[in-house]
Design a binder for this molecule. Structure first.
Ligand code: ATP
Length: 361
């Protein structure tokens, strides 16, 4: 990656009548990055990407591609390309004709077009015999690869993706996620991807932006967002989580929500030391919560009643209701299944190394 971002957004505003979809977005995307924007339905992902590719006009603000301001540049004159969920392939044309289409627009001679199309089929791991196959004879996954080959034929500086995998079945989606990540590293292009699916974002991206109500809550690498969310919205959006309202105690520890803290002075090293009376939210992911036997210790403990056990394939999820009525989620690998019956009284524990404190919330 270079120090100059390939794409810069400065105070980008988009309104529809009296409704403000984007109140003022700022964003830098680095050259060669796989950057994913993820957020709930209606958060403004499509609106933003439409501005980036030029399918819609900004109300205010600037979009820069390196040193070139592009927010007023028509879509067909921008060196970027979009891959849609619908793929927008030409069904009556062959695979080869679809892939060559951008080159034909640029009046590249037929023989050169064919060579490049075959190269691109290779890059997308499609057999060369597919060159003359009809789109209607291709499977969903193959069509996806053809759409990608065609997008790359434009030789765009940035490739934008608008939920390209959301219509596919689980298995194919998983395969294509890995293929896309692999394609990204083989081409070295900048990929900007939008999705609802957090898992998709986490598998593929260098950085993830969490969007909510037209603005970014957090932009960081996946591990940071998962383990150190800046607020409750991000914590909850990034998968199952247990959140406890806590208050700082006199000894520099914290208490609240039925939690007993046994930090013995290492709250500081774990980043959870609080001033007396300060408030915050303590977060622990379900995979870090343990069922304690009477001889076990943990930095934080709490008591409750085991309510439910749910099989999630390779993992098991447990729900424990604390005396204060909060439901705690615990997750174990199937091989670590615990031998407790619903209705049993249990003691849960987790350690300071695995918690994250969101201060002031
Ligand atoms: P989804 O994941 O469901 O596609 P999204 O995050 O892409 O959602 P957008 O489609 O960008 O969200 O919509 C953001 C907000 O802007 C929504 O409240 C939507 O109703 C509104 N919006 C989008 N396009 C228009 C439009 N042409 N006219 C009026 N409002 C619009």
């Amino acid at each position: 990656m270079t120090s100059q971002p390939i794409l810069r957004l400065r105070n980008v505003v988009k309104t529809f009548g009296s409704f403000t979809a984007l109140p003022g977005v700022n964003l830098d995307i680095e050259e060669g990055e796989f950057f994913t924007i993820v957020g709930p339905s209606g958060s403004g992902k499509s609106t933003l990407i439409r501005l980036l590719v030029g399918m819609d006009e900004v109300t205010e603000g600037e979009i820069w591609l390196r040193d070139r301001r592009i927010d007023q540049t028509p879509a067909n004159q921008r060196p970027t390309c979009m891959v849609f969920q619908s793929l927008a392939l030409f069904p009556h044309m062959s695979v080869g004709q679809n892939v060559e289409f951008p080159l034909k627009l640029r009046k590249v001679p037929a023989e050169k077009r064919r060579d490049r199309a075959l190269e691109l089929l290779d890059l997308l791991r499609l057999p060369q015999s597919y060159y003359s196959k009809r789109i209607s004879q291709c499977s969903g996954g193959e069509r996806q690869r053809v759409a990608l080959a065609r997008a790359l034929a434009f030789d765009p500086e940035i490739l934008f993706f608008d939920e390209p995998l959301s219509a596919l079945d689980y298995r194919l989606r998983k395969t294509l996620e890995k293929e896309l990540k692999d394609l990204h590293s083989r081409t070295g292009k900048t990929f900007v991807y939008i999705t609802h699916s957090l898992e998709e974002a986490m598998v593929m991206s260098d950085r993830i932006a969490i969007m909510n109500k037209g603005h970014f809550e957090q932009i960081a690498v996946a591990d940071e967002i998962y383990g150190r969310p800046v607020n409750r919205f991000v914590a909850e959006f990034m998968g199952e989580v247990n959140l406890f309202d806590v208050t700082g105690t006199d000894g520099g520890g914290l208490s609240g929500a039925g939690l007993e803290s046994h930090m013995n002075g290492h709250a500081e090293t774990c980043g959870v030391a609080m001033a007396p009376g300060a408030t915050g939210t303590l977060m622990v992911r379900p995979e870090y919560v343990r069922f304690l036997a009477s001889s076990d210790t943990a930095d934080f403990t709490l008591r409750g009643i085991l309510h439910g056990e749910y099989a999630l394939g390779s993992r098991i999820q447990y729900e424990v209701e604390t005396l204060g009525g909060q439901v705690i989620t615990v997750e174990k690998l199937r091989e670590d299944r615990v031998d407790r019956q619903p209705g049993a009284e249990v003691v849960l524990g987790f350690d300071g190394d695995h918690v994250h404190l969101i201060r002031g919330q």
